[in-house]
Design a protein around this ligand. Structure first.
Ligand SMILES: C[S@@+](CC[C@H](N)C(=O)[O-])C[C@H]1O[C@@H](n2cnc3c(N)ncnc32)[C@H](O)[C@@H]1O
Length: 289
């Protein structure tokens, strides 16, 4: 089913029924079982509208903006939720992991300095709209002229989502400081560490930096990018989440004769900036003096 037609449907519905029903409709349409024909969805929708179904179910609807209870350090989203960002953008990520983290940490100022198609931007805008949150958002991307290796992130944030290129797995072709365009791993690591540092600097005390990254295997060589992320010296590691990968381009290849096992996961490492870092430094200076 086309995403644009879902949107059209929602808009038609809002036009005729007013804004009060939009949240429920939006949510229910997005929950649709993959592969359901569009005419079936349209039929169910008109039934729902004509029978007053929506007003009866009230708040009991499945809610894509709700925090998923029981999240653990292993997450898996076999069916992509295309409510946010653009799934056609290469490297686009499902927004449910950042959503759960933003809600879990009760973030008020969110930033995504490599926003690509704007998954986190759209997510925050939906949370504000449908959950009546008041979350500030700032986003940028090299493709829109913001270079994290060269520029400071404006403002201070309590949740920064960083989803960099996994070195040269997908090439975004934006020039020398594009992390996906680095000639060798050493150059990539240097830029990546610079980006992590900039993010860390833009965190408020107590704020969190979540980095989504995957390792690379190319021509038999395994590059463990995670090793460098885990060795980032600033902040404290609070979580290491394994995210199972689905629907990758590599899924269509046959690994029958591979010596080593195919990579089917990525990582989300969450760092926290200590609340009293400044106080700790001041105390240290005082003790030294
Ligand atoms: C994996 S994609 C992010 C996808 C995004 N999370 C989404 O859901 O659409 C990585 C992004 O990093 C951007 N990028 C690469 N180097 C950058 C740099 N130096 N500064 C800012 N963005 C950069 C690329 O343009 C690309 O959009």
């Amino acid at each position: 089913m086309q995403r644009s037609s879902i949107r059209t449907l929602v808009l038609e519905f809002v036009d005729t029924n007013g804004a009060s029903h939009i949240r429920q409709m939006h949510i229910e349409i997005l929950r649709v079982k993959p592969g359901t024909p569009e005419h079936t969805i349209r039929a169910r929708l008109s039934e729902a509208v004509s029978e007053g179904f929506l007003s009866r179910v009230g708040n009991g609807f499945y809610d894509i903006y709700a925090e998923e209870e029981g999240m653990t350090s292993v997450v898996s989203y076999p069916v992509r939720c295309s409510a946010w960002g653009d799934h056609r953008y290469r490297g686009n990520c499902d927004g449910r992991l950042p959503k759960n983290l933003i809600l879990r940490y009760n973030a008020r100022a969110v930033c995504d300095p490599m926003e690509g198609s704007g998954t986190v931007r759209d997510l925050v805008s939906g949370l504000n709209r449908y959950k009546k949150k008041d979350i500030n958002y700032w986003g940028g991307d090299l493709r829109q002229g913001f270079d994290l290796t060269q520029q400071e992130i404006p403002g201070r944030h309590d949740f920064i989502w960083l989803h960099p290129p996994y070195w040269n797995i997908i090439c975004y072709g934006s020039g020398d400081t594009d992390l996906s365009d680095c000639p060798d791993y050493g150059a990539f690591r240097e830029l990546l560490m610079r980006c992590l540092h900039r993010c860390y600097e833009a965190l408020l005390p107590g704020g969190r930096l979540a980095v989504l990254i995957g390792d690379v295997r190319r021509q038999g060589m395994y590059t463990a990018i995670i090793r460098d992320i885990l060795n980032f010296p600033e902040g404290e590691i609070r979580s290491i989440i394994i995210k199972v990968q689905h629907n990758c381009v590599s899924d269509r290849r046959s690994y029958g004769r591979m010596e080593d096992v195919p990579i089917k996961h990525e990582y989300c490492v969450v760092f926290r900036k200590p609340v009293c870092e400044a106080k700790e430094i001041r105390t240290e200076l005082f003790v030294r003096a």
